[in-house]
Design a protein around this ligand. Structure first.
Ligand SMILES: NC(=O)C1=CN([C@@H]2O[C@H](COP(=O)(O)OP(=O)(O)OC[C@H]3O[C@@H](n4cnc5c(N)ncnc54)[C@H](O)[C@@H]3O)[C@@H](O)[C@H]2O)C=CC1
Ligand SMILES: O=C(O)[C@@H]1CCC=N1
Length: 269
C-alpha cells in the first residue's frame, strides 16, 4: 500500500519513535515532513533521519496526504485551529494525542474530516510498538486500512472502539514506563546481591524480553508460565510470596486504571 507523503505535527518523543520506525520499515525520508517549532529539535531530526523539518504546520499539511498529530493534548486547542484550514477531503488526520476524542478533533474542521485516533507506544522506535486505533465519524474503511498499514510498520495494531482507547492508553500507551521501572528495580536487586550494574541490567532486560516472547510464542496464560518457574520449596515461590504480600499485581492493576482515568480527564479539557 502506498502511503504517500506523511506529515508530522510535532517531532517530540513519540513523533521521533514513529519517524524512526517508519524509516526502518522502508518509508523514504523524503516522504516525511515534520513541523517542529523547537529549532534545535528540528535540526536534530533532520540530522538523525534526513527528514524535512520546518516550523510551518500549514506547509506540512499542504504537502502531506496523511498528517500525524503528535503534539501534547493540552496544545491541541491552540495548534489545530492554526492548521485545520489547510486540510481538504484528500487528507487523512491521524491523531495520537492521549485522551482527545475524534469528535473533539472534528469540530475544528469544515465538512466531513477524515480522522483516525491511535494510541501507539514508544517501543515503535525499535519496531516493537503496540498500538490500537479507531476511526472517527467520517473516516472510511480505506482510512482505517491506511492507518493500520502505517502502524503495522512499527509493531502490532488492534482495532478497538473509541470508548476502549483510554484503557489502551493506561495499558500499552503508558505501559512501557511501568516495564522500565520493573527492569530498573530487578537490576537494582541484582546489584544488591553483588552483580555489576551492566551485567544486572543486561540480565534483567533479557529476562523481561524473553518472558514476553514466551507468552507470545507459547500462547499459554502467564499464570501457567509463572508456575513452571516455581519449583516446590524453591527460590521463585519465596520471591512470588514477597511480591504478593507487597501488592505488585494490585499496584499494576491500579496503575493502568489511574492512567486511563487521566486519559479521560485530558479528553475533557
Ligand atoms: N510519549 C509517549 O510514550 C506517547 C505519547 N503519546 C501522545 O503523543 C503526543 C506527543 O507526545 P510526546 O511526543 O511524548 O510529547 P513531546 O513533548 O516529546 O513532543 C511534542 C512536540 O510537539 C512540539 N510542538 C509544540 N507545539 C507545536 C505546534 N504548534 N506545532 C508543531 N509541533 C509543536 C514540541 O516542540 C515537541 O517537540 C501526546 O499527545 C501524547 O499524548 C501517545 C502515545 C505514547
Ligand atoms: O504520558 C502521557 O500522557 C503519554 C500518553 C501515553 C504515554 N505517554
Amino acid at each position: 500500500m502506498e502511503l504517500g507523503n506523511i506529515g508530522f505535527i510535532g517531532g517530540g518523543n513519540m513523533g521521533e519513535a514513529l519517524i524512526k520506525g517508519l524509516i526502518k520499515s522502508a518509508i523514504p525520508a523524503r516522504n516525511i515532513r515534520v513541523a517542529e517549532p523547537n529549532e534545535a529539535r528540528a535540526r536534530q531530526l533532520t540530522e538523525r533521519y534526513g527528514v524535512i523539518c520546518g516550523s510551518d504546520g500549514v506547509e506540512v499539511v499542504r504537502q502531506s496526504d496523511l498528517v500525524v498529530l503528535a503534539i501534547k493534548p493540552q496544545i491541541v486547542p491552540v495548534a489545530l485551529p492554526a492548521i485545520a484550514g489547510a486540510f481538504d477531503d484528500s487528507k487523512l488526520l491521524v491523531s495520537i494525542a492521549a485522551g482527545v476524542t475524534t469528535a473533539a478533533l472534528e469540530v475544528y474542521f469544515q465538512g466531513a474530516p477524515r480522522v483516525v485516533r491511535v494510541m501507539p507506544n514508544t517501543p515503535a522506535l525499535a519496531g516493537a510498538g503496540a498500538a490500537a486505533l479507531c476511526s472517527g465519524a467520517h473516516a472510511g474503511k480505506e482510512d482505517l486500512s491506511i492507518a493500520l498499514h502505517l502502524f503495522e510498520g512499527v509493531g502490532t495494531v488492534h482495532v478497538v472502539s473509541e470508548s476502549q482507547l483510554d484503557a489502551v492508553t493506561g495499558l500499552s500507551g503508558s505501559g512501557p514506563a511501568y516495564v522500565y521501572m520493573v527492569i530498573e528495580a530487578m537490576a537494582a536487586g541484582g546489584v544488591l546481591e553483588g552483580l555489576p550494574m551492566d551485567t544486572a541490567l543486561a540480565l534483567a532486560t533479557q529476562t523481561v524480553l524473553g518472558a514476553a516472547q514466551l507468552v507470545k510464542e507459547s500462547g499459554e496464560h502467564p499464570a501457567v508460565l509463572r508456575d513452571q518457574v516455581c519449583s516446590p520449596g524453591g527460590t521463585t515461590i519465596a520471591a512470588v510470596k514477597e511480591l504478593e504480600e507487597k501488592g505488585l499485581r494490585a499496584a499494576l492493576i491500579k496503575a493502568v486504571s489511574k492512567a486511563a482515568k487521566r486519559s479521560r480527564e485530558l479528553g475533557r479539557n
